[in-house]
Design a protein around this ligand. Structure first.
Ligand SMILES: Nc1ncnc2c1ncn2[C@@H]1O[C@H](COP(=O)(O)OP(=O)(O)O)[C@@H](O)[C@H]1O
Ligand SMILES: [Mg+2]
Length: 564
């Protein structure tokens, strides 16, 4: 603030100084006296300017650095808020859109509240200083000059509101475009395989065109605004010239004074222009910040932490009681209706059923990605809605059909499964890999456990990825293991290796396996058949095959269940 006053103050000296210089030159003093006066005055001015430059440096540097910090903090806050949201939130909000919020919106907001505020304050002080000096030099002329303020003020208000609205729209459409780009680029292999490059290019261009047409509207508004404010400024200058000329004619002011006054008027004009920039940038910032604050303020329906943390370790009995559920995005389509199912501690339950019968949904509900509309899920007799979700999830290991690995090393991917990955030892990683049948192939890689797996694990085969995922699921030694079609996407050989791993890691744990392969199903203690949102048949393999018109028997006969 002090720096700001100094640098603005120095700038304000310029017109005064120039006015004096002109007057010194014009005053028909003796030549030598005039020159020495001139020299002294110029040296004085130079000193003042140096101080001004230093102050300006300080002001800009401080503003820039604190601006960077503000953007950083804002990004942390927004990301922190996004990552706490429940799964339903991510069904609704796309990755690309969220990324755009994090990167672009935050930087617009950041710029508008730091640099802009600094420049805005400078404009305020300079405008005030300029007008003050104008009044000091000639109140009459000032009155003439100030006539332009009210219309510019009114125009700014309309423009500001418009800018706020359009910035929000531009950012929304930009988020849309980023979303398209992100999804297509993340699935480049699919795009290439289906030869859709041209179509995707067109789809992106389409979105970018929306951004363009909105930005063009903004450009139009901007041009109208700036040309009319510029015009008013020039009209003001003409009137001041005219009136000032009259005053000079009556010898009320000198040439130097009129020049100084004009320069102050120009300064005040520029500063008022700066103020309008400040105001419009602020409005842009407000426009861009709307969605950000919305994001930060969104409270997840399912908290990501907090709740009961039992002192005893989880044993692993699982019970679904009268469960009814439909997805938040499709409330009129009940997926699970009044379902009851009990899985005793330490046993394996195979869940089978047609595609779309809600098998994976059951797993999502147990992990508490969603809450059911009615009924409850209990583990060890405790309703999972009362428990700390982090505690609950830390006792479950999941392997799904297409496990997502992160683009880091194999060791880091396995350690990711631990509650605190930094405490995992190399021995633990090797042991988990051995249990998961992964040790053999990992050791064959030239860099072993340090091998990078690529984005989502693209640099590994399906069977390899699956075994890393198993190692990741068991490293925390969970009481409950969930396999969602963990073997259905694999070829026979990988299937065998994965199956062997599964048999090994399921010992002593409660297991829910959603399976297609008869071999897995036969091993299960019990098999539950899902149809129309409930368990239609339950029993051992032999019991279910003994039901003559049974659904399970039909599934096996139609070979919907593979006979491996
Ligand atoms: N995130 C979601 N939002 C809305 N509907 C979903 C979602 N996930 C799955 N569904 C729907 O729920 C039904 C059951 O899906 P799912 O449990 O995945 O079936 P499956 O038994 O094949 O695993 C399907 O009709 C599917 O379209
Ligand atoms: Mg499924």
């Amino acid at each position: 603030m002090g720096l700001l006053l100094i640098s603005s103050g120095v700038t304000m000296v310029v017109p005064f100084g120039i006015g004096r210089v002109i007057d010194i030159i014009y005053t028909k003093d003796e030549n030598s006296k005039m020159i020495s006066k001139l020299t002294k005055f110029c040296i004085l001015l130079l000193g003042v300017f140096l101080v001004g430059a230093a102050a300006n440096f300080g002001r800009i540097y401080i503003m820039q650095t604190s601006g960077n910090k503000i953007i950083k903090r804002m990004r942390e806050k927004v990301f922190g808020s996004i990552i706490r949201q429940d799964i339903a939130f991510f069904d609704k909000n796309k990755t690309g859109e969220l990324i755009n919020r994090l990167s672009t919106d935050t930087s617009i907001v950041g710029a508008s509240i730091t640099n802009n505020i600094s420049d805005g304050m400078r404009s305020v002080t300079q405008a005030a200083g300029g007008i003050g000096m104008m009044v000091y030099m000639s109140p009459k002329l000032t009155m003439v000059a100030m006539c332009i303020v009210p219309p510019v003020f009114i125009l700014s208000r309309y423009y500001g509101r418009y800018l706020q609205k359009i910035t929000k729209n531009v950012q929304d459409s930009l988020a849309d475009a980023t979303q398209v780009a992100e999804e297509r680029l993340a699935n480049m292999r699919t795009v290439r395989a289906f030869v859709q490059e041209k179509k995707e290019k067109a789809a992106y261009e389409n979105k970018i065109n929306d951004v363009l047409s909105l930005s063009q509207k903004e450009a139009l508004a901007r041009s109208i605004f700036w040309s009319s404010t510029g015009l008013s400024g020039n009209i003001m200058i003409i009137s001041v010239f005219y009136y000032g000329g009259l005053l000079m004619n009556e010898a009320q002011i000198t040439v130097g004074e009129l020049s100084s006054f004009m320069l102050y008027a120009a300064f005040a004009g520029v500063s008022i222009g700066g103020l309008t920039t400040f105001y419009s940038e602020l409005m842009r910032g407000i426009g861009a910040s709307k969605r950000l604050w919305q994001l930060v303020d969104t409270q997840p329906k399912i908290p990501y932490e907090g709740g009961l943390v039992p002192t005893l370790p989880l044993k692993g009995q699982v019970q679904f009681n009268g469960l009814t559920f439909s997805y938040p995005s499709r409330l009129d389509d009940p997926i699970i209706q009044d379902l009851d199912l009990t899985i005793p501690q330490g046993t394996m339950m195979a869940v089978v059923g047609g595609s779309g019968s809600g098998k994976s949904t059951l797993v999502s509900l147990l992990l508490r990605y969603y809450d059911p509309q009615s009924g409850s899920i209990n583990v060890d007799g405790m309703n999972i809605q009362d428990l700390d979700p982090q505690w609950l999830r830390s006792h479950m290991g999941i392997v799904s059909q297409e496990p997502a690995l992160f683009s880091c090393s194999i060791a880091e991917n396995i350690a990711y499964g631990a509650i605190d990955p930094s405490t995992v030892t190399t021995d633990q990683i090797m042991e988990a890999a051995r249990m998961a049948n992964a040790l053999q192939f990992v050791e064959k890689f030239p860099s072993g456990f340090d091998t990078m797996v690529g984005e989502r694990g693209v640099m590994l085969s399906g069977g390899q990825k699956q075994r890393i995922a198993i190692a990741r699921a068991i490293i925390k030694n969970p009481a409950i293991l969930l396999f969602d079609e963990a073997t259905s996407a694999l070829d026979a050989e990988s299937e065998f290796l994965v199956k062997e791993a599964l048999d090994r890691v399921t010992v002593g744990r409660t297991v829910i396996t959603i399976a297609h392969r008869l071999s897995t199903i036969k091993n299960a203690d019990q098999i539950a058949v899902l149809s129309e949102g409930r368990v239609s048949e339950i029993g051992t393999y032999e019991q279910l095959m003994a039901i003559p018109q049974g659904t399970f028997r039909k599934l096996v006969e139609k070979q919907t269940i593979d006979a491996f």
